[in-house]
Write a protein of this length. Sequence first.
Lengths: 106, 475
Amino acid sequence: MIDPVEMQDFFAAFFSGALVIVFGAIYALFLAWGRLRGSRNFIAAAYGVYALLVIAVLVLAEAMHFDGFWNLITVVMLVGYLLAPHGIWLLSRDTHNEAEAKFNSD
Amino acid sequence: MLGVLDNNNLNGGQKLAVKYFSVAVILFVAQILFGLIAGMQFIMPDLFFNVLDFNVTRMVHINAMVVWLLMGFMGSIYWLLEDEAGVETVGLKLGNLAFWLLTSAVTVVVLVYLFIQVGPGDDFTRWFVNEGREYIEAPRWADIGIVVCMLIFFYNAAATFMKGRWSGISGVLILDLVALAGIYLAGMFYTTNISVDQFWWWWVIHLWVEATWEVLVGCIMAWGLIKLLGARRQIVTTWLYIEVALMFGSGILGLGHHYFWIGTPEYWLSIGGFFSALEPVPLVAMVVHSVYDSGAHKFKAANHPAMAWLIAHTFGNFFGAGVWGFMHTLPQINLYTHGTQWTASHGHLAFFGAYATIVIAVFYIAVQQWRGGVWMSGGLAGNGWKWKWALGLLNGGVLGMTMALLIAGYEQSFIERAIEGSTWQGYFVAQVHPWFIQGMNWRMVFGVVTAMGIVLLVWDLLTIGKGENRAKQEV
Ligand code: HEM
Ligand code: HEM
Ligand SMILES: [Fe+2]
């Protein structure tokens, strides 16, 4: 069912795991900031960080010996971290616009 | 009058809230004291042997934590109740009675813990001494008392909203309280099968901290942002709904990460691994939202210490729960880290970072109002050195302990688990390894830093805003 991490891969497993989450947040941060400021540089940097996230996910998947069902986690992480910040950003923007419109008309 | 602690500055619910907050602060101090003793017992194993054994100091340490956080949450809800509902608290007399009941029950339970430490366990001890089940060891009579007090608390909150007005925040809050209290019942019955026992016990612990408590502090945060920054209600409410969906969507089945090795069926490996891998998603999503909010408006904060603690909460939640949680949540690695100091490292950063911080933020909101709504933005007396140092020492102390425990836990997973194959001998080999010993020493060093932080925090809470004659910053 699972094929545990090899002893020599402990560090890779922990470190890449931490980096997945940290890069996920930095990517989200740069993306939101870039969109907000209309800054292409920040958007570009965001995708740069996403590329690092991809590496971290792959290292993690390797260290964890993912196969079969477990590959699903790899895919969900790659797609999820890419798209979720876009989704949240759209939601934030729309609720802000609505609230602003309502506020201004009050 | 501005700058003077005066109950006339508080509404009915808030008067009760500050009682809860006072007991919470006392228990927080007790938690730290017992933590210091428990930590010392790793270094001097015979310290207080047969007087105050490790099992007791540890138990008081973590039970005090659970109770002070719960009391902090209850106080926070009494605090915002009238404001949010627009009417006076319904059934306040009963609420006050519940406060005294709960406080006396906690006192008796702790005294019994301290004085009756050894002996055979049977039906009597289960009812009157200790029920087992880490974090919620209170004996059954106290369990029942706690449930009664919770019902009264729930009645106060629900009836007040029913009489006044509902909002998105109060709707989420009330539903969440039903879940939070209902789950507690899962930890109250007796079974002789340890796997079954653990199965249900985790419902309380995991479904509290990774689902219902997260949503509860989400409600407090939403309300806090409206009060402190003048954030617009519709925005924070929409955000709250998303957060609830993400938290419950991943957190409920994330429960499976505690069912890897307790004798539950093997499919939990996949369920727990998959869903708990998703648990950091809401924490990452919050980042986008907070950037959007802080960038889209120029905010003035009405209470700098509270705001700083809310920021500490956002980071603490992200790192303690999100990063530290994820690092050991897949069974492929949890096989080695399970129950080592790794777990304690995560436990400290997550509980402090996600929960202690936000309750402390509400303490500051409360003292501000208690002193008549005084100024607590920039340019405080002494440049606000006390709150700033308390913030720095507490966060730095807990972070330092977290790193020390991480190193000790890494060594344990490596030596005790991987090399020695989880044997009895392996346990001792790992305990005498220099990395472990140094980890325990450094934990004490940073424990003392944390303790200095709490001394300053209490001092500051008692004195901040004293004699201040400016009214609070409008938002
Ligand atoms: C604020 C939220 C959280 C708090 C307060 C918290 C706290 C804790 C505590 C105290 C324990 C130790 C329980 C024991 O005594 O055995 C624990 C265990 C654990 N936590 Fe969390 N946690 C949180 C969120 C998370 C998240 C989001 C994840 C995963 C992404 C996670 C993964 C784990 C795992 C896998 C264990 C089991 C460790 C072991 O096998 O020994 N936690 N948590
Ligand atoms: C002076 C500071 C502190 C010291 C010296 C300390 C020490 C300890 C010790 C020795 C244990 C037992 C660990 C074991 O069984 O191996 C423990 C457990 C625990 N402490 Fe603390 N602690 C401190 C502060 C805190 C704070 C501020 C929090 C959170 C608000 C906290 C939350 C916990 C939790 C959740 C556990 C159970 C962890 C687990 O079972 O994995 N502690 N602490
Ligand atoms: Fe959990």
